[in-house]
Design a protein around this ligand. Structure first.
Ligand SMILES: CC(C)(COP(=O)(O)OP(=O)(O)OC[C@H]1O[C@@H](n2cnc3c(N)ncnc32)[C@H](O)[C@@H]1OP(=O)(O)O)[C@@H](O)C(=O)NCCC(=O)NCCS
Length: 234
């Protein structure tokens, strides 16, 4: 198994990206950013500016000159002059004006944030979309615990599909998880995703209540650092 990091997953200091832009092998940075809008056009502009600002700090280049490309199924990447992917890898999820961005030089990363207080028919959804043992675990719980468990599995599946880049459609059900010591552990992995030993999944305690996030990390994981972006209105 990949070694367990001793990092606490609940301390998010307010940080300027330029101050922490060195990324060691196996290191993952997670940025909690508040701002933007639900309106489509403003959201697009905000997220583009946010990614440029964050990634610009890591490559120490003028943010305006950075180019992003997209894989076949929409996964964005930082592009070189020929439009090919270059380091660092990143992934973003946003929900209700809150975004979580992961950045890593050596791992391939995926993230999903969901509002944890939303109303949902978690048992019905689990019966329909989850593996039988996942649905059974949820069915055995009371409403509140079952809903949290459902969201944890859902965010793990979505984060996994975002790390691989397949997108969700037709792929989420190919991943199955159990929750061990608070974090998702893969039980079923699609062939193209390698083996469970290649992966690490962590459910994060976010700086604000009402949200739940799981991150999926593929590669040799050493350390996670959490930050809140200073002046994240960009
Ligand atoms: C994007 C997707 C993975 C998750 O969306 P979501 O839960 O609504 O939103 P999130 O906030 O968690 O993530 C959105 C961000 O994930 C990233 N993203 C988009 N496609 C992605 C993919 N295939 N893999 C990983 N990340 C992706 C982008 O940064 C996106 O932000 P953007 O909308 O500003 O571009 C989902 O919509 C999907 O499955 N898309 C794939 C579509 C597809 O299969 N297209 C095939 C070509 S037709």
């Amino acid at each position: 198994m990949i070694p367990v990091s001793s990092t606490r997953h609940d301390h998010w200091p307010l940080t300027n990206p330029a101050d922490v832009a060195e990324l060691a092998d196996g290191e993952v940075h997670a940025w909690w950013c508040v701002g933007g809008s639900e309106a489509v056009v403003q959201r697009r502009r905000y997220l583009d500016a946010l990614l440029q600002r964050l990634l610009g700090a890591y490559v120490d280049e003028d943010s305006d000159a950075l180019r992003l490309g997209r894989e076949e199924r929409g996964r964005p990447f930082l592009a070189d002059a020929h439009g090919k992917p270059r380091s660092p890898d990143f992934n973003l999820s946003d929900s209700a004006g809150h975004s979580l961005v992961l950045v890593s030089r050596t791992l391939r990363v995926g993230v999903d944030v969901e509002r944890s207080n939303r109303r949902l028919r978690h048992r019905e959804l689990a019966e329909r979309y989850f593996a039988p043992e996942e649905a059974a675990a949820i069915n055995a719980m009371d409403d509140e615990a079952g809903k949290q468990h459902f969201l944890q599995l859902w965010t793990a599946k979505e984060a996994a599909c975002k790390a691989t880049g397949t997108g969700l459609g037709g792929h989420m059900h190919r991943w199955a998880f159990a929750i061990n010591e608070g974090n998702p552990t893969p039980r079923n992995i699609p062939d193209e995703a390698g083996t469970a030993d290649d992966w690490r999944f962590l459910t994060l305690k976010l700086p604000e209540d009402g949200f739940l996030a799981t991150i999926a990390l593929r590669g040799r994981f050493e350390r996670l650092r959490l930050f809140r972006l200073e002046d994240s209105g960009t």
